[in-house]
Design a protein around this ligand. Structure first.
Ligand SMILES: [Zn+2]
Length: 147
């Protein structure tokens, strides 16, 4: 198998949906998928337990796996559906996951819901979704100047 793209594309969305469907064939389902600069993709699902404050986002496992392998994350998607007959919605990463992704810089792409509806996606960079990121000196000017 040859190298895949490292840019966010429909294949990455499909990989997340496939992972979600395999892990959660009934009821609500969700999963995340990431591309790395090596052209690999990794998937993961949430971890829920009795103490909800100890739960983990769908993205966390793939982020940790990329770190374990010393890969550079280039793109991430997260999908979720409410029922087996429902459509998968695109979920923008939460604030904590965006903090984790910033480790790989502000050009990491994430899928966000398209204005035409939550089942459609567009790719945005962390710079675009974190325009006023706290970690950037002079954050009011946006992240693009940080490169
Ligand atoms: Zn998260």
């Amino acid at each position: 198998m040859g190298k895949q793209t490292t840019r966010l594309d429909q294949k990455l969305i499909d990989a997340a949906i496939e992972q979600a469907t395999i892990r959660f064939p009934t009821g609500c389902a969700g999963a995340a998928a990431i591309y790395t600069s090596d052209g690999e993709f990794l998937t993961s699902v949430c971890f829920d337990c009795l103490n909800e404050s100890a739960n983990l986002c769908h993205e966390t496992g793939a982020i940790c796996e990329a770190n374990r392998r010393n890969y550079t994350v280039t793109a991430l998607v997260c999908v979720s559906r409410e029922s087996p007959t429902g459509s998968f919605f695109i979920l923008t990463p939460c604030g904590i996951c965006k903090e984790r992704l910033a480790r790989w810089g502000f050009d990491v792409e994430v899928a966000v819901p398209h204005e035409s509806g939550p089942t459609q996606w567009i790719a945005k960079t962390l710079s675009e979704v974190q325009r006023f990121y706290w970690g950037k000196p002079g954050a009011r000017d946006g992240l693009n100047e940080r490169k």
